[in-house]
Write a protein that binds this ligand. Sequence first.
Ligand code: AGP
Length: 608
Amino acid sequence: MCGIIAAATDRSVGKLLIKGLFKMEYRGYDSAGIAMHSENNVVHLRTLGKVKNLEEKMIADKPKGKVGIAHTRWATHGEPSEINAHPHQSNDRVFIVHNGIIENYLSLKEELTDEGYAFNSKTDSELIAHLLDNFLKAEDSLLSAMQKLKNKLDGAYAVAALDQREPESFVVARNRSPLVIGLGKKENFAASDPLALGNLTSKFLILEDGDVAKISPDLVEIYDAKDKLANREKLTIDINAEASSKGNFKHYMEKEIYEQPQAVLNTLDGRIGGEDVLENIFGEGSSEMFAKVKRIQIIACGTSLHAGRVAANWFSAISGLPTQLDYASEYRYKNPYVDQDTLLVTISQSGETADTLAALRYADDKGYLASLSICNVPTSSLARESDFLLLTNAGPEIGVASTKAFTTQLTALMLLTLSLAKAAGKNPLLRARMINALRLLPEKISEALKLKNDIMDFAPEIANKDNALFLGRGIFYPIAKEGALKLKEISYIHAEAYPAGELKHGPLALIDQEMPVVAIAPEYELAEKLVSNLEEVKARGGALYVFGNAKEKLDLSTGRYISMPECDFLLTPILYSIPLQILSYEVALLRGTDIDQPRNLAKSVTVE
Ligand code: AGP
């Protein structure tokens, strides 16, 4: 789960590679490094910590070069350190950067040790450099060495490599880890994410699994899994520089929270008309396929699974379909039983989450009616490998903590709910009601964003605590889970979520004055029951923070009540996510954590 970038150009390459690394820091930020062909050798620099440290070293050392590779790391094998940072090298000849995990690295390491190779790092990646060096004893080019290498490696990899004896070019390989080629004028590039190349080109080729490519300033040669010369589809992706910058905000997360009215509008754009959802918005033939769906299986991770949990309620209430949900990391290991006419739904912001992708690939021959993905990244593996797709169109989400990706996933999942109901001819009046409510949603979100000052008022009370509980019932329980995940992710406060009715079955023992309890309590059928649950908290001295729209129903002599804007009940999960995001952000700000790049995490989890 790292970012790699490589470039072959006839201008100075160092700055360009560093710029690209900055844009990919969301993928990992514990160490960074660069290798560039220079006069008669390869310059090799590595630093512990963020890309900024590497940039400083570059400014001090002023290395020169026109062809180079670079890396920003999220440690899997071996702690974050300079020695474990990429690029790794072999015999001062071969230099490589790698994103992914080599599953058979122990046996390969043994083979290479027998051949006389010494390992400096604790990584699984270093052996790639030694293997290439070893192949180059018999092969006449880095390209053919890389073609040999791919038959040796098990696991996921995107690799870029330099051979000191081939100063005009670099070679890349891809298997189950993202890698795109960017095409420029007299310069060409490769990177884990097109975002890293956004200021350099808008023309991209997306590599496929098993591809190896040789890239020089004038030429891109791609060979497929069978080593045959291959053409790959050329895509134009305009990466708006503003969309990937912080603008006037302190953090990407803050910017992304406040972008939500527009992001939701983008998700809806071109997908609803009159009083219904439009046909085939999930792809040609999707409406016809929806008519056959009898059940739904959702697979996702983290925040994306929370979106799925909300949708399961909608599928049941509006589309009349039962839903099974699984953590992507668990799904493959439970021998899933697949009922006929089940639609497989994967949800992912990045579309590169290894667990979700592995689950999709595993499910391929299990007899699902079709696979459908809700995703934010059009070039991602998930988007390309699913039968049907709805892009959330939220724009790049760079803060590690998911915000606009979540609310746009929910919006997309409501569109899926309505499409399924429409295909089955169910609930036309309710569908029309939801379409109108969706149209009002961006405005409602803007209103909820205005609660910032109210939230800032009590954020210090939570910022100085070590724990927090989040409560919600029914459709709000997943929102409580998402609120707790957000708080722990960026403020490092331990937070748990419970369906409020479960409190008395154990967690109540935790309640005292040191335990803030955040409750999501709009007026609905379970509201009265929830009030009793909150009374139980009050009676034990717990500090209550209640988000709701019926203050008069709660005698809140202690604690805080935050009055939420009104909106259609079925969309309230989307609306109530907003103040919880603001709360986490403001608490983290007070605690002085690294909000966009919280410790131990990375945005795109491309390892299983
Ligand atoms: C959310 O704040 C998290 N960073 C994380 O749970 C994330 O949602 C999860 O890793 C799944 O990512 P995806 O949506 O890109 O698949």
